[in-house]
Write a protein that binds this ligand. Structure first.
Ligand code: MG
Length: 383
């Protein structure tokens, strides 16, 4: 076993995160060799309860609308896939990129962004709710898997990557981990890659799911230069192609273009700043990014998706219903904690409204709907 002061993976780029140079875990543990510290983190995330619940949490479409739409779980797996590809091309730490990617959405409420907005509104007099901060809370406090500590006791670098953004007021409460928001420093390249992989994943799978659902049309999507360019490329090569195969050929080309552009631009940024260590990366401006041209086209596609998919009236009907469920559950538990099971009630006695927020944020879509029916459904008066 190599001493903890040496790089365990000398083949990685000098600015990559090294397992053996981690800033460590809150609770000291023996080294994770032969797995490596970040692989251990990744494994702990995969075994967590919050990770399994992602299967039944909405990304854009509620889970029961169709078996082929993305859920938060399949979204997270796609982020990890794209993230690992980019990490490998940049010769940085794939395991850390994967750990951050798999954990990045653990704190999401049921029903996607509508759920988060509703919970934030309900929590406005109790410190608010922010899914990013909640992801950190899940891995730091809420998972109960170990005899000796709460949470998963992950490495600093993994936790730093999970906390993508953070209001200054919250950052001041987070000690070491919050310091970078106060100093305006960056996280590791691996965390920056996971963040961009998230963006690449959702833009592309939302095009795919949007077309599949019939809420988006091909004609409409031609307004996006990114889509139009790859559409024309596919049609030139396969003029007869239609349906799912055509969409898949377009989407996979879009992902490829974005990944290659990100890698090339990031390599150029690294060269330009001359970063030689993880500390250099932390002190530099964000180094992982797209070229101006591709960034603009990504923004254009994002805008198109916002107007035509996320604000589609059928999606809005779903999200407004979801928001009402979250709000009603919160109000009911807040005004009468005795409606909660003894275990959750005990948490509320100790942590107040935050414990209600933890309980609701942890719910899957279907569990939230079931709780709603149990509390408010007049057809079900039995226990
Ligand atoms: Mg995400």
């Amino acid at each position: 076993m190599s001493p903890r002061s040496e790089a365990s993976r000398p083949e990685l780029a000098p600015y990559a995160a090294q397992d053996t140079l981690t800033k460590g875990r809150v609770n000291a543990e023996p080294p994770a060799a032969p797995r490596g510290e970040f692989q251990r983190d990744r494994d702990r995330i995969v075994h967590s309860t919050a990770f399994r619940r992602l299967e039944y949490k909405t990304q854009v479409f509620v889970n029961h609308e169709g078996d082929h739409f993305r859920t938060r779980l399949t979204h997270s797996l796609e982020v990890a896939q794209i993230g690992r590809t980019i990490a490998r091309m940049l010769n940085i730490n794939e395991e850390l990129t994967e750990a951050v990617s798999l954990a990045h959405d653990l704190g999401h409420t049921p029903f996607g962004h509508a759920g988060q907005d509703a919970l934030n509104e309900s929590m406005k007099d109790h410190g608010g709710f922010e899914h990013n901060l909640q992801s950190l809370r899940v891995v730091d406090k809420l998972e109960q898997r170990y005899a000796e500590f709460d949470g998963l006791n992950l490495c600093f670098e993994t936790r730093e990557g999970i906390l993508k953004h953070c209001a200054l007021a919250n950052a001041r409460e987070l000690g070491d981990l919050g310091q970078r928001f106060i100093d305006k420093n960056q996280p590791s390249l691996e965390a920056q890659v996971a963040n961009r992989a998230d963006e690449i994943a959702y833009n592309n799978h939302d095009v795919d799911d949007g077309l599949r659902s019939g809420l988006l049309s091909e004609d409409g999507l031609m307004e996006s230069r990114l889509y139009a360019r790859h559409h024309d490329e596919v049609m030139a090569k396969y003029p007869q192609l239609t349906g799912r195969r055509k969409t898949n050929e377009i989407v996979r080309r879009m992902i490829n273009t974005l990944v290659l552009d990100l890698v090339t631009t990031t390599q150029a940024n690294l060269e330009q700043t001359g970063a030689k260590s993880l500390d250099d990366v932390r002190n530099a401006p964000p180094l992982v990014g797209f070229s101006d041209q591709i960034r603009e086209q990504q923004q254009e596609l994002k805008h198109y998706l916002r107007v035509n998919l996320y604000q589609h009236y059928q999606v809005m009907r779903m999200t407004s219903k979801a928001a009402r469920i979250i709000q009603s559950l919160f109000d009911a538990f807040h005004s009468e904690p005795k409606l909660l099971s003894p275990e959750h009630n005990e948490n509320v006695q100790r942590d107040g409204a935050r414990a209600i927020s933890d309980y609701i944020a942890g719910m899957t879509d279907r569990y939230a709907m079931r709780e709603y029916r149990r509390l408010f459904g007049v057809e079900e008066i039995s226990v």
